[in-house]
Design a protein around this ligand. Structure first.
Ligand code: ZN
Length: 304
C-alpha cells in the first residue's frame, strides 16, 4: 500500500467519524459489550522500516492510535525478511526472466515458471520448503536469498541499502513506542514452530525484547503469515497471551474466539468502495493489516 492510499484510508476513517481505538481498549470493550458503533483498531504487521518512515507520520497527523506486531530478530538483524524478499524478487523477474533455470540453487535440475501468480507462488513455496528441509539458519537463509536475487538479475545490496522489506531497528521501534504506538508480539523469528517448547521460546524471546522498548507486558499476538493450528491456542494461553489476530477475513464480534480474531486485510487492491462496504455494511471492528509491508512493496514498484 502506498502512503497515498494509506492516507486516503485514514481520511475515510476520520470523515466517516469512525471510532479508532487502541487495540487493548477495543478488545476489552468488545467483550464487555461497551464497544461504540463504527469502532476500528489499526494494526500493522512485522514493524517494517517504512512504518517508521511513512505510516507513522500519517497516523500522527490524523491522531489515530495503532498497534505494530514486531518480529524482533529481524529488527536486530536488520536485513530483508527472507520470505518477503524471495516473493519480491520472484515477482520482479516475471517478465525479464519468466522461466529461469534454478538448478544451481537446489543442486537438482529445476526450472520455474514466474510469468503467472500460481507459478510464482509455487516457486515461493519451494524455496521456503528447501530452507526448512535443509534447516538453514537465518544468515544461511539470507545467503540463499542473495543467491536467488543474483540468479534473477537483482541487486541484493541495492535492496538492502534502501531498507526495502526490512524491519525497524530497535532504536526506531523504541522511538515509535515512545511516541505512543502499541508494540506487540509477532514471534522473534517470524515463525510458529509446531514444537511446544520452540513455540513458547518464540514468544518469550519476542516478549523480552519488546518489553525493553515498551511499558507493561505485551499480551497481544499476531500469527506470522496468518498461519495457525489448533494446538497453538493452549500454548498462547500458557504464555499469557490474551488475543491473537489471524488473516482470516471478518469482523470481530463478542462471539469471536479471542485467540482467533479475524481482520480486514487491507491492500491497494481494495477500492475505497470495498473498504467502506466492509466498514458500514458490517460495522464493528476493522483492522487493516500489512499496510506497512504494502507500503514497502509499492515503494519498490516506484523504484522499478
Ligand atoms: Zn508478519
Amino acid at each position: 500500500m502506498s502512503p497515498a492510499v494509506l492516507e486516503s484510508r485514514l481520511r475515510m476513517l476520520r470523515d466517516g467519524r469512525y471510532n479508532v481505538l487502541p487495540l487493548d481498549e477495543a478488545v476489552r470493550r468488545l467483550y464487555e459489550g461497551t464497544l461504540p458503533p463504527r469502532s476500528v483498531a489499526l494494526t500493522f504487521d512485522d514493524g517494517m522500516f517504512d512504518f517508521h518512515a511513512r505510516a507513522w507520520p500519517l497516523l500522527q497527523q490524523f491522531g489515530f492510535p495503532a498497534t505494530v506486531y514486531l518480529t524482533t530478530y529481524y529488527s536486530d538483524y536488520n536485513k530483508p525478511i527472507f520470505g518477503l524478499l524471495c516473493s519480491y524478487v520472484l515477482w520482479r523477474a516475471r517478465v525479464r526472466m519468466p522461466e529461469p533455470d534454478v538448478t544451481s540453487l537446489f543442486g537438482t535440475p529445476m526450472r520455474w515458471r514466474l510469468s503467472d501468480a500460481a507459478g510464482r507462488a509455487r516457486a515461493h513455496r519451494e524455496i521456503l520448503a528447501h530452507a526448512d528441509r535443509e534447516r538453514l539458519t537465518l544468515p544461511e537463509r539470507t545467503a540463499l536469498a542473495e543467491r536467488l536475487a543474483e540468479l534473477l538479475g537483482e541487486d541484493y545490496e541495492a535492496i538492502r541499502a534502501k531498507r526495502l522489506l526490512t524491519v525497524m531497528t530497535r532504536e526506531e521501534a523504541a522511538e515509535v513506542a515512545r511516541g505512543g504506538v502499541d508494540v506487540q508480539l509477532h514471534t522473534h523469528r517470524h515463525r510458529t514452530p509446531n514444537d511446544h517448547a520452540l513455540f513458547l521460546r518464540e514468544i518469550t524471546d519476542n516478549r523480552e525484547r519488546i518489553e525493553q522498548i515498551r511499558d507493561g507486558v505485551a499480551r497481544h499476538f499476531c500469527y506470522p503469515s496468518g498461519i495457525y493450528r489448533a494446538e497453538f491456542l493452549p500454548w498462547l494461553r500458557e504464555a499469557g497471551v490474551t488475543t491473537a489476530t489471524t488473516c482470516d477475513p471478518g469482523l470481530a464480534s463478542p462471539r469471536s474466539e479471542p485467540l482467533l480474531l479475524p481482520r480486514l486485510v487491507d491492500t491497494s487492491l481494495l477500492s475505497p468502495l470495498d473498504v467502506e462496504g466492509w466498514m458500514t455494511g458490517m460495522s464493528a471492528f476493522f483492522m487493516p493489516r500489512k499496510a506497512s509491508a504494502h507500503v514497502a512493496r509499492s515503494q519498490s514498484l516506484a523504484d522499478a
